[in-house]
Design a binder for this molecule. Structure first.
Ligand code: SF4
Ligand code: SF4
Length: 465
Protein backbone atom coordinates (compact mmCIF):
# COMPACT_ATOMS: atom_id res chain seq x y z
CA UNK A 1 0.00 0.00 0.00
CA UNK A 2 1.41 3.43 -0.90
CA UNK A 3 1.00 5.85 1.92
CA UNK A 4 0.03 9.40 1.21
CA UNK A 5 2.07 11.37 3.70
CA UNK A 6 1.69 14.79 2.10
CA UNK A 7 -0.20 15.93 5.22
CA UNK A 8 3.15 15.97 7.02
CA UNK A 9 4.37 18.77 4.75
CA UNK A 10 1.80 21.29 5.93
CA UNK A 11 -0.19 22.31 8.94
CA UNK A 12 -3.73 21.01 8.96
CA UNK A 13 -4.89 24.44 10.08
CA UNK A 14 -3.32 26.29 7.15
CA UNK A 15 -4.64 26.53 3.63
CA UNK A 16 -2.34 26.13 0.61
CA UNK A 17 -2.18 29.92 0.40
CA UNK A 18 -0.95 30.08 4.00
CA UNK A 19 -4.26 31.48 5.27
CA UNK A 20 -5.46 30.21 8.63
CA UNK A 21 -8.14 27.50 8.53
CA UNK A 22 -10.34 28.11 11.55
CA UNK A 23 -11.06 24.99 13.61
CA UNK A 24 -14.73 24.59 14.56
CA UNK A 25 -14.40 21.58 16.84
CA UNK A 26 -17.52 19.76 17.94
CA UNK A 27 -17.81 19.11 21.67
CA UNK A 28 -17.07 15.43 22.26
CA UNK A 29 -19.19 13.21 24.50
CA UNK A 30 -18.28 9.94 26.15
CA UNK A 31 -16.62 8.36 29.18
CA UNK A 32 -13.15 9.77 28.49
CA UNK A 33 -14.55 13.26 28.01
CA UNK A 34 -16.42 12.93 31.30
CA UNK A 35 -13.24 11.79 33.03
CA UNK A 36 -11.27 14.61 31.43
CA UNK A 37 -13.87 17.13 32.57
CA UNK A 38 -13.59 15.79 36.11
CA UNK A 39 -9.78 16.02 36.04
CA UNK A 40 -9.97 19.52 34.57
CA UNK A 41 -12.52 20.60 37.19
CA UNK A 42 -10.26 19.27 39.94
CA UNK A 43 -7.14 20.99 38.57
CA UNK A 44 -8.94 24.29 37.97
CA UNK A 45 -10.38 24.19 41.50
CA UNK A 46 -6.84 23.71 42.85
CA UNK A 47 -5.59 26.59 40.71
CA UNK A 48 -8.28 29.03 41.86
CA UNK A 49 -8.32 27.97 45.53
CA UNK A 50 -4.64 27.44 46.31
CA UNK A 51 -3.69 31.11 46.83
CA UNK A 52 -6.45 31.36 49.47
CA UNK A 53 -5.26 28.35 51.48
CA UNK A 54 -2.92 28.82 54.43
CA UNK A 55 -0.76 26.28 56.22
CA UNK A 56 1.22 26.79 59.44
CA UNK A 57 0.11 30.43 59.32
CA UNK A 58 1.73 30.86 55.90
CA UNK A 59 0.19 30.90 52.40
CA UNK A 60 0.21 27.38 50.95
CA UNK A 61 2.06 28.70 47.89
CA UNK A 62 3.69 32.09 47.38
CA UNK A 63 6.49 32.81 44.93
CA UNK A 64 7.29 36.43 45.66
CA UNK A 65 10.23 37.08 43.36
CA UNK A 66 10.47 40.81 44.22
CA UNK A 67 10.79 40.11 47.95
CA UNK A 68 12.80 36.92 47.37
CA UNK A 69 10.30 35.00 49.46
CA UNK A 70 9.20 31.56 48.36
CA UNK A 71 6.65 29.49 50.22
CA UNK A 72 5.73 26.03 49.02
CA UNK A 73 3.41 23.71 50.96
CA UNK A 74 3.52 26.29 53.78
CA UNK A 75 7.34 25.94 54.05
CA UNK A 76 9.43 29.07 53.64
CA UNK A 77 12.35 28.82 51.22
CA UNK A 78 15.04 31.49 51.06
CA UNK A 79 17.56 32.38 48.35
CA UNK A 80 19.99 30.12 50.32
CA UNK A 81 17.81 27.17 49.31
CA UNK A 82 18.51 27.77 45.64
CA UNK A 83 20.21 24.36 45.45
CA UNK A 84 16.75 22.85 46.00
CA UNK A 85 15.44 24.89 43.11
CA UNK A 86 18.31 23.55 41.00
CA UNK A 87 17.48 19.96 41.96
CA UNK A 88 13.78 20.65 41.38
CA UNK A 89 14.53 21.95 37.90
CA UNK A 90 16.69 18.94 37.04
CA UNK A 91 13.97 16.63 38.40
CA UNK A 92 11.37 18.51 36.39
CA UNK A 93 13.41 18.22 33.18
CA UNK A 94 14.05 14.50 33.72
CA UNK A 95 10.41 14.07 34.64
CA UNK A 96 9.28 15.77 31.42
CA UNK A 97 11.66 13.75 29.27
CA UNK A 98 10.97 10.36 30.89
CA UNK A 99 7.25 10.99 31.15
CA UNK A 100 7.05 11.97 27.49
CA UNK A 101 9.10 8.99 26.32
CA UNK A 102 6.70 6.64 28.08
CA UNK A 103 3.34 8.40 28.10
CA UNK A 104 3.63 10.77 25.14
CA UNK A 105 1.58 13.95 25.27
CA UNK A 106 -0.78 12.96 28.08
CA UNK A 107 0.21 16.16 29.87
CA UNK A 108 -0.97 18.26 26.89
CA UNK A 109 -4.44 16.80 26.71
CA UNK A 110 -5.13 16.34 30.40
CA UNK A 111 -3.21 18.84 32.50
CA UNK A 112 -1.79 21.65 30.37
CA UNK A 113 -3.46 24.98 31.29
CA UNK A 114 -3.81 25.84 27.60
CA UNK A 115 -5.95 22.75 26.90
CA UNK A 116 -7.77 22.91 30.24
CA UNK A 117 -8.99 26.43 29.63
CA UNK A 118 -9.49 26.14 25.88
CA UNK A 119 -11.38 22.86 25.78
CA UNK A 120 -13.07 22.74 29.17
CA UNK A 121 -13.92 26.39 29.61
CA UNK A 122 -13.79 28.58 26.52
CA UNK A 123 -14.91 26.13 23.82
CA UNK A 124 -17.91 25.19 25.93
CA UNK A 125 -18.83 28.84 26.46
CA UNK A 126 -18.42 29.45 22.75
CA UNK A 127 -20.70 26.53 21.88
CA UNK A 128 -23.19 27.75 24.47
CA UNK A 129 -23.25 31.29 23.01
CA UNK A 130 -22.60 30.75 19.29
CA UNK A 131 -24.15 27.30 18.90
CA UNK A 132 -22.90 24.21 17.03
CA UNK A 133 -19.75 24.32 14.87
CA UNK A 134 -21.93 24.86 11.77
CA UNK A 135 -23.58 27.87 13.38
CA UNK A 136 -20.20 29.17 14.51
CA UNK A 137 -18.94 28.93 10.94
CA UNK A 138 -21.99 30.74 9.58
CA UNK A 139 -21.67 33.49 12.17
CA UNK A 140 -18.00 33.94 11.44
CA UNK A 141 -18.62 34.32 7.73
CA UNK A 142 -21.64 36.59 8.11
CA UNK A 143 -21.38 40.38 7.86
CA UNK A 144 -21.36 42.60 10.93
CA UNK A 145 -25.05 42.83 11.77
CA UNK A 146 -26.45 43.81 15.17
CA UNK A 147 -26.91 40.09 15.90
CA UNK A 148 -23.23 39.32 15.23
CA UNK A 149 -22.04 42.31 17.25
CA UNK A 150 -24.26 41.23 20.13
CA UNK A 151 -23.02 37.62 19.96
CA UNK A 152 -19.36 38.57 19.68
CA UNK A 153 -19.65 41.26 22.34
CA UNK A 154 -21.34 38.91 24.79
CA UNK A 155 -18.87 36.10 24.14
CA UNK A 156 -15.80 38.27 24.57
CA UNK A 157 -17.26 39.91 27.66
CA UNK A 158 -17.64 36.47 29.26
CA UNK A 159 -14.11 35.56 28.10
CA UNK A 160 -12.79 38.83 29.56
CA UNK A 161 -14.48 38.18 32.88
CA UNK A 162 -12.99 34.67 33.18
CA UNK A 163 -9.55 35.76 31.97
CA UNK A 164 -9.64 38.69 34.41
CA UNK A 165 -10.30 36.36 37.35
CA UNK A 166 -7.67 33.93 36.07
CA UNK A 167 -4.97 36.60 35.68
CA UNK A 168 -5.73 37.97 39.18
CA UNK A 169 -5.47 34.43 40.58
CA UNK A 170 -2.26 33.78 38.69
CA UNK A 171 -0.65 37.00 39.97
CA UNK A 172 -1.73 36.22 43.52
CA UNK A 173 0.69 33.26 43.40
CA UNK A 174 3.47 35.85 43.09
CA UNK A 175 2.32 38.73 45.29
CA UNK A 176 -0.26 37.13 47.57
CA UNK A 177 -4.05 37.51 47.67
CA UNK A 178 -3.92 40.31 50.25
CA UNK A 179 -1.66 42.44 48.06
CA UNK A 180 -3.87 41.90 45.02
CA UNK A 181 -6.93 43.02 46.99
CA UNK A 182 -4.99 45.98 48.35
CA UNK A 183 -3.77 46.97 44.86
CA UNK A 184 -7.39 46.99 43.63
CA UNK A 185 -8.58 48.93 46.68
CA UNK A 186 -6.10 51.77 46.00
CA UNK A 187 -6.70 51.76 42.26
CA UNK A 188 -3.20 50.32 41.66
CA UNK A 189 -1.56 53.51 42.92
CA UNK A 190 1.95 52.44 43.91
CA UNK A 191 1.46 49.11 42.11
CA UNK A 192 2.57 49.97 38.56
CA UNK A 193 4.26 46.61 37.89
CA UNK A 194 1.25 44.61 39.08
CA UNK A 195 -1.07 46.83 37.01
CA UNK A 196 1.10 46.33 33.95
CA UNK A 197 1.31 42.56 34.41
CA UNK A 198 -2.43 42.38 34.92
CA UNK A 199 -3.09 44.32 31.72
CA UNK A 200 -0.52 42.33 29.74
CA UNK A 201 -1.82 39.00 31.09
CA UNK A 202 -5.42 39.89 30.25
CA UNK A 203 -4.45 40.97 26.74
CA UNK A 204 -2.43 37.79 26.24
CA UNK A 205 -5.29 35.63 27.55
CA UNK A 206 -7.79 37.28 25.21
CA UNK A 207 -5.40 36.90 22.30
CA UNK A 208 -4.71 33.21 22.99
CA UNK A 209 -8.24 32.04 23.82
CA UNK A 210 -10.06 34.43 21.55
CA UNK A 211 -7.93 34.02 18.45
CA UNK A 212 -4.64 32.10 18.64
CA UNK A 213 -6.10 28.93 20.24
CA UNK A 214 -4.78 25.58 18.95
CA UNK A 215 -1.89 27.40 17.23
CA UNK A 216 -0.32 27.72 20.68
CA UNK A 217 -0.02 23.90 20.74
CA UNK A 218 0.76 23.25 17.10
CA UNK A 219 3.12 26.14 16.30
CA UNK A 220 4.37 27.81 19.45
CA UNK A 221 4.71 25.35 22.31
CA UNK A 222 8.36 24.19 22.72
CA UNK A 223 7.20 21.07 24.55
CA UNK A 224 5.13 20.14 21.51
CA UNK A 225 8.22 20.61 19.30
CA UNK A 226 10.18 18.26 21.58
CA UNK A 227 7.83 15.39 20.79
CA UNK A 228 9.58 14.58 17.54
CA UNK A 229 12.77 13.85 19.46
CA UNK A 230 11.21 11.99 22.38
CA UNK A 231 8.42 9.86 21.00
CA UNK A 232 9.25 6.47 19.48
CA UNK A 233 7.41 3.28 18.54
CA UNK A 234 7.06 2.26 22.20
CA UNK A 235 5.57 5.56 23.37
CA UNK A 236 1.93 5.61 24.36
CA UNK A 237 -0.01 7.66 21.81
CA UNK A 238 -3.57 8.03 20.58
CA UNK A 239 -3.52 5.74 17.59
CA UNK A 240 -5.86 4.69 14.84
CA UNK A 241 -5.82 0.95 14.26
CA UNK A 242 -5.27 1.02 10.51
CA UNK A 243 -5.04 -2.78 10.32
CA UNK A 244 -8.59 -2.96 11.55
CA UNK A 245 -9.94 0.24 10.05
CA UNK A 246 -8.66 0.09 6.46
CA UNK A 247 -9.85 0.09 3.77
CA UNK A 248 -12.24 2.66 5.13
CA UNK A 249 -15.72 3.39 3.82
CA UNK A 250 -18.40 1.29 2.21
CA UNK A 251 -17.81 -1.94 0.31
CA UNK A 252 -16.61 -1.22 -3.21
CA UNK A 253 -15.32 -3.51 -6.00
CA UNK A 254 -15.88 -6.63 -3.91
CA UNK A 255 -13.46 -5.21 -1.33
CA UNK A 256 -14.43 -6.05 2.23
CA UNK A 257 -14.24 -2.73 4.04
CA UNK A 258 -12.44 -2.23 7.28
CA UNK A 259 -14.16 -1.04 10.45
CA UNK A 260 -13.77 2.68 9.70
CA UNK A 261 -16.97 3.87 8.05
CA UNK A 262 -15.33 7.17 7.10
CA UNK A 263 -17.88 9.23 9.01
CA UNK A 264 -15.22 11.83 9.93
CA UNK A 265 -16.59 12.20 13.46
CA UNK A 266 -13.06 11.82 14.81
CA UNK A 267 -11.92 14.78 12.69
CA UNK A 268 -14.90 16.94 13.63
CA UNK A 269 -14.16 16.76 17.35
CA UNK A 270 -10.40 17.26 17.03
CA UNK A 271 -9.43 20.61 18.61
CA UNK A 272 -6.25 20.80 16.53
CA UNK A 273 -8.06 20.00 13.30
CA UNK A 274 -6.12 16.86 12.36
CA UNK A 275 -7.17 13.48 11.04
CA UNK A 276 -5.67 10.89 13.38
CA UNK A 277 -6.21 8.23 10.72
CA UNK A 278 -3.17 9.68 8.94
CA UNK A 279 -1.02 8.37 11.78
CA UNK A 280 0.70 9.85 14.81
CA UNK A 281 1.17 13.56 14.31
CA UNK A 282 2.94 16.32 16.18
CA UNK A 283 -0.31 18.28 16.42
CA UNK A 284 -2.10 15.55 18.42
CA UNK A 285 -2.42 16.69 22.02
CA UNK A 286 -3.77 13.34 23.27
CA UNK A 287 -7.09 14.87 24.30
CA UNK A 288 -8.92 11.58 23.53
CA UNK A 289 -11.89 13.39 21.94
CA UNK A 290 -11.53 11.23 18.82
CA UNK A 291 -11.59 8.04 20.92
CA UNK A 292 -14.96 8.95 22.40
CA UNK A 293 -16.32 10.03 19.01
CA UNK A 294 -15.19 6.84 17.28
CA UNK A 295 -16.30 4.51 20.08
CA UNK A 296 -19.79 5.98 19.80
CA UNK A 297 -19.80 5.24 16.07
CA UNK A 298 -18.47 1.71 16.62
CA UNK A 299 -21.32 1.06 19.04
CA UNK A 300 -23.85 2.29 16.49
CA UNK A 301 -22.51 -0.03 13.76
CA UNK A 302 -22.12 -2.93 16.23
CA UNK A 303 -18.35 -3.17 15.95
CA UNK A 304 -15.94 -3.47 18.86
CA UNK A 305 -14.77 -0.21 20.41
CA UNK A 306 -11.13 0.86 20.29
CA UNK A 307 -10.61 1.54 16.59
CA UNK A 308 -8.92 4.68 17.90
CA UNK A 309 -7.34 4.04 21.27
CA UNK A 310 -4.38 4.56 23.57
CA UNK A 311 -1.66 2.33 22.17
CA UNK A 312 1.87 2.35 20.83
CA UNK A 313 2.90 2.27 17.18
CA UNK A 314 4.32 -1.19 17.83
CA UNK A 315 1.14 -2.27 19.60
CA UNK A 316 -0.96 -1.34 16.57
CA UNK A 317 1.47 -3.01 14.17
CA UNK A 318 1.57 -6.25 16.17
CA UNK A 319 -2.10 -6.13 17.15
CA UNK A 320 -1.29 -6.02 20.84
CA UNK A 321 -3.07 -4.26 23.67
CA UNK A 322 -0.95 -1.79 25.62
CA UNK A 323 1.04 -3.54 28.35
CA UNK A 324 3.28 -2.29 31.11
CA UNK A 325 6.64 -3.12 29.57
CA UNK A 326 9.83 -3.24 31.71
CA UNK A 327 10.73 0.12 30.16
CA UNK A 328 7.53 1.75 31.42
CA UNK A 329 8.02 0.23 34.89
CA UNK A 330 11.69 1.28 35.01
CA UNK A 331 11.07 4.86 33.92
CA UNK A 332 8.07 5.21 36.21
CA UNK A 333 10.15 3.95 39.17
CA UNK A 334 12.92 6.42 38.28
CA UNK A 335 10.45 9.26 38.24
CA UNK A 336 9.06 8.26 41.63
CA UNK A 337 12.58 8.01 43.07
CA UNK A 338 13.51 11.47 41.84
CA UNK A 339 10.34 12.99 43.23
CA UNK A 340 10.86 11.14 46.51
CA UNK A 341 14.43 12.47 46.74
CA UNK A 342 13.30 16.04 46.19
CA UNK A 343 10.49 15.69 48.73
CA UNK A 344 12.95 14.23 51.27
CA UNK A 345 15.40 17.12 50.76
CA UNK A 346 12.64 19.70 51.06
CA UNK A 347 11.17 18.22 54.22
CA UNK A 348 14.54 17.74 55.92
CA UNK A 349 15.84 21.17 55.12
CA UNK A 350 17.71 22.82 58.00
CA UNK A 351 16.22 26.05 59.36
CA UNK A 352 19.73 27.40 60.00
CA UNK A 353 22.52 27.62 57.50
CA UNK A 354 26.00 28.16 58.85
CA UNK A 355 29.21 29.28 57.20
CA UNK A 356 32.39 29.45 59.25
CA UNK A 357 35.83 30.64 58.22
CA UNK A 358 39.03 31.28 60.10
CA UNK A 359 39.49 35.05 60.25
CA UNK A 360 41.90 36.01 57.46
CA UNK A 361 45.27 37.31 58.61
CA UNK A 362 45.18 35.53 61.98
CA UNK A 363 47.10 32.33 62.57
CA UNK A 364 46.96 31.41 66.26
CA UNK A 365 47.61 33.03 69.60
CA UNK A 366 49.30 31.52 72.64
CA UNK A 367 47.38 32.49 75.77
CA UNK A 368 49.00 33.19 79.18
CA UNK A 369 47.29 30.05 80.57
CA UNK A 370 49.11 27.96 77.95
CA UNK A 371 46.08 27.44 75.74
CA UNK A 372 46.08 28.13 72.00
CA UNK A 373 43.32 30.20 70.42
CA UNK A 374 42.07 30.72 66.89
CA UNK A 375 39.78 33.48 65.68
CA UNK A 376 36.78 32.61 63.46
CA UNK A 377 34.06 34.41 61.52
CA UNK A 378 30.69 32.77 61.64
CA UNK A 379 27.66 33.66 59.53
CA UNK A 380 24.27 32.17 60.29
CA UNK A 381 21.12 32.42 58.20
CA UNK A 382 17.81 31.96 59.97
CA UNK A 383 15.35 30.50 57.47
CA UNK A 384 12.46 30.35 59.94
CA UNK A 385 9.81 32.95 60.72
CA UNK A 386 10.90 33.38 64.37
CA UNK A 387 13.89 35.03 66.04
CA UNK A 388 16.23 32.38 67.39
CA UNK A 389 18.98 32.11 69.98
CA UNK A 390 21.71 29.59 69.31
CA UNK A 391 24.72 28.12 71.05
CA UNK A 392 27.95 26.94 69.55
CA UNK A 393 29.90 23.98 70.92
CA UNK A 394 32.84 21.88 69.77
CA UNK A 395 31.75 18.28 69.28
CA UNK A 396 34.94 16.31 68.80
CA UNK A 397 37.32 18.00 71.19
CA UNK A 398 37.24 19.60 74.62
CA UNK A 399 37.67 23.30 73.91
CA UNK A 400 36.02 26.60 74.75
CA UNK A 401 33.97 28.73 72.37
CA UNK A 402 34.06 32.38 73.40
CA UNK A 403 31.42 34.58 71.78
CA UNK A 404 30.87 38.28 72.68
CA UNK A 405 27.49 37.54 74.36
CA UNK A 406 28.02 33.85 74.85
CA UNK A 407 25.14 33.15 72.45
CA UNK A 408 24.16 33.86 68.88
CA UNK A 409 21.02 35.80 68.04
CA UNK A 410 19.53 35.67 64.56
CA UNK A 411 16.36 37.52 63.61
CA UNK A 412 13.63 35.76 61.62
CA UNK A 413 14.39 35.49 57.93
CA UNK A 414 17.75 37.26 58.19
CA UNK A 415 21.39 36.55 58.86
CA UNK A 416 23.91 37.45 61.59
CA UNK A 417 27.67 37.54 61.58
CA UNK A 418 29.85 37.01 64.64
CA UNK A 419 33.51 36.72 65.46
CA UNK A 420 34.48 34.17 68.10
CA UNK A 421 37.58 32.69 69.70
CA UNK A 422 38.08 28.99 70.15
CA UNK A 423 40.52 27.91 72.91
CA UNK A 424 42.27 24.55 73.07
CA UNK A 425 44.80 23.12 75.49
CA UNK A 426 48.07 22.72 73.58
CA UNK A 427 48.33 19.15 74.94
CA UNK A 428 45.34 18.28 72.76
CA UNK A 429 47.11 19.37 69.62
CA UNK A 430 49.13 16.76 67.78
CA UNK A 431 49.81 18.56 64.55
CA UNK A 432 49.93 22.02 63.03
CA UNK A 433 46.37 21.74 61.78
CA UNK A 434 43.52 19.90 63.53
CA UNK A 435 40.01 19.27 62.37
CA UNK A 436 37.32 20.73 64.63
CA UNK A 437 33.65 19.80 64.34
CA UNK A 438 31.31 22.45 65.70
CA UNK A 439 27.64 21.98 66.51
CA UNK A 440 24.91 24.63 66.46
CA UNK A 441 22.39 24.07 69.27
CA UNK A 442 18.89 25.47 69.63
CA UNK A 443 17.25 24.84 72.99
CA UNK A 444 19.97 22.25 73.66
CA UNK A 445 19.10 20.39 70.48
CA UNK A 446 21.78 19.95 67.86
CA UNK A 447 20.44 21.41 64.61
CA UNK A 448 23.53 21.69 62.45
CA UNK A 449 27.16 20.61 62.36
CA UNK A 450 30.09 21.89 60.37
CA UNK A 451 33.83 21.28 60.30
CA UNK A 452 36.76 23.63 60.09
CA UNK A 453 40.48 23.64 60.90
CA UNK A 454 42.31 24.80 64.00
CA UNK A 455 45.84 26.02 63.46
CA UNK A 456 48.47 25.64 66.16
CA UNK A 457 52.24 25.62 66.51
CA UNK A 458 54.08 23.07 64.39
CA UNK A 459 54.92 19.61 65.81
CA UNK A 460 58.42 20.61 66.86
CA UNK A 461 57.16 23.58 68.82
CA UNK A 462 54.45 21.42 70.45
CA UNK A 463 57.01 18.82 71.63
CA UNK A 464 59.35 21.47 72.91
CA UNK A 465 56.67 22.77 75.29
S1 SF4 B 1 -6.23 13.40 17.14
FE1 SF4 B 1 -7.65 12.84 18.76
S2 SF4 B 1 -6.44 12.91 20.62
FE2 SF4 B 1 -5.27 13.96 19.04
S3 SF4 B 1 -5.82 16.08 19.33
FE3 SF4 B 1 -7.20 15.29 17.78
S4 SF4 B 1 -8.98 14.59 18.92
FE4 SF4 B 1 -7.37 14.92 20.40
S1 SF4 C 1 -14.84 8.20 13.86
FE1 SF4 C 1 -14.05 6.16 13.64
S2 SF4 C 1 -15.31 5.34 11.99
FE2 SF4 C 1 -15.59 7.53 11.91
S3 SF4 C 1 -14.03 8.21 10.50
FE3 SF4 C 1 -13.12 8.32 12.50
S4 SF4 C 1 -12.07 6.37 12.69
FE4 SF4 C 1 -13.51 6.14 11.04
Amino acid sequence: MTLNVSFRDRLETLEESGKRKWVYAKLPRGPLTRLRTLVAGFLLAIFYLLPHIRMNGEPFVLLNIAKREFIIFGMVFWPQDTYLLGIAMVTFMVFIILFTIVYGRVWCGWACPQTLFMETVFRRIETWIDGSPNKQKKLRKSSWTFYKIYKRGFKFLVFLFIIGITVNTFLSYFVGVKDIIHAWSVGFQGWPVTAFLMGAGTFLGMFIYGWFREQACTVLCPYGRLQGALVDNDTMVIAYDYLRGEPRGKSRNNEIPGDCIDCSNCVQVCPTGIDIRNGTQLECINCTACIDACNKVMKQVSKPEGLIRFSTEKGIENRQQITFTPRIILYSTLLLLLLGFLTYLSLNRNIVETTILRTPGFLFQEQPDGRISNLYNIRLVNKSREDITLELRALNIDGEVRLPDGKIFVNAGSSSEYIFFFYLKSSLLHSKSSKIRFGVFKDNTLIETFSTTFVGPNELQIHEK
